[in-house]
Design a protein around this ligand. Sequence first.
Ligand SMILES: [Zn+2]
Ligand SMILES: [Zn+2]
Length: 369
Amino acid sequence: MPTGKACVLEQFKASLQLRDYPLPVMIEPGAALVRTEMAGICGTDVHLWKGELPITLPVILGHETVGRIVALGDGLDRDWTGQRLSVGERVTWNSATSCGQCFYCAEKDQPTRCPHRRAYGIGYRCDQAPHFLGGYAEFHYLRPRTTIFKLPDDLPTEALIGAGCALITAIHGIERTGIGWRDRIVVQGAGPVGIAALAVAKSAGAGEVIVIGAPRHRLALAKRFGADHVIDIEAVGTPSERIGSVRQLTDGYGADAVLECVGAPSAVVEGMEMCREGGKYLVLGHYCDAGPVLWNPHVVTRKQLQVFGSWSSEPRHLKAAIEFLRATPNKFPFAEMVSHRFSLAQANEALAATASWNVAKSVIVPAHT
Ligand SMILES: [Zn+2]
Ligand SMILES: [Zn+2]
C-alpha cells in the first residue's frame, strides 16, 4: 500500500514525529488528494504546539498550504471561482470548512462562527483515515466542501505562503471595521498579521499608517510595505509615551482606526487611547485566550468608540487575497517574506525558527532535501 510521510504533533511541547500513513485508496466524491508543495509555519502553530488551544492529538499541523492535485473525487471538477480543475494543477484552499446550513452559515451569513467549522492542521486527528489533514506532510487530503482555488501561473507559491493566513485574517478584519479614504490608521504589532493589516489598510485607502512594534528588522519590513511612520516599542518604552507619539503624528486627535495585531491584553487598553474621539478599534490579534486585563469601559462611551472583532476568514477573502497578491507584488512583496526553507524532517527546526521571532517566515518544502 502506498504511504506518505507526515510530521505529527503527538504530545504538546514535545518534538514532532515523522510518521508514515497509508494514502487513501478511494477519494470520496467531492474530495481531492494533493501533493504538498509548500506549507507555511504560522505563529498559531507555536501556540498549538504549546497546548494553548483546545485540540485533540495527534495532529498534523499546518493550515497555510499550497499543493498540486494528485487525484480528484467524482463531481469535483471546478474550483470555488468556477475554473476547471485537473490533475497536476497548483491549488490552495481555505483551511476551515463550515456546514453551510446552520443558523450562522445560512441565516446570519457569518460562516466563521459556524459551530461545525473545522480547520485543517488544527481540528482533525491524524491517526484516523484519511490521515493527511494538515500541511506538514507530503500529501494533503481535501475533504468534500473544501473551498479550493486554482492558482494563476504568474503568482508564486512564495507570495501566497509568505502572506499566509495573516493576510486573509487582515482582509476580513478590515472589511468588518471599514476604513475611510485618507483615514489615519495605527497598526499595533509588526508581526505577520500587523504587516498584512498595514498592506490591506494602505490598499483600502488609508492616508497614513503608523506601525507600532519591534524588533527593528520587523519595523524595517513595515517600512518596506509602506508604513508612513514606525514606533519602536523598545525605544518608546511606555504606553503613555506611545499614545503621545500617535497624538503628535495625528495633529493631536488620534487615529481614525486602530488595528490591534499583538495578542497581548494590555495592547487593547493602550490602543483604545490611541483612537480619536469617535474612532474605531479592531481586536484582531487575540486568537489565543491571553487572559483578562484591567480596563475601564468608560473609555468606549466617552470616546464614542466603535469596537470590532473578527475571527478567521471566509472563502471570498482568499479569492480577494489571490487577486491582491497577483496585482501588487512590488508594492507589497509578501514573497520576500519567505526567508527560511526546511524539509519535512526539519519541521521541528522550522517551528523553532517561527517561535524565535527572528525570521520573517519559515516554510516546509517536503521536496526540499
Ligand atoms: Zn495561521
Ligand atoms: Zn454552519
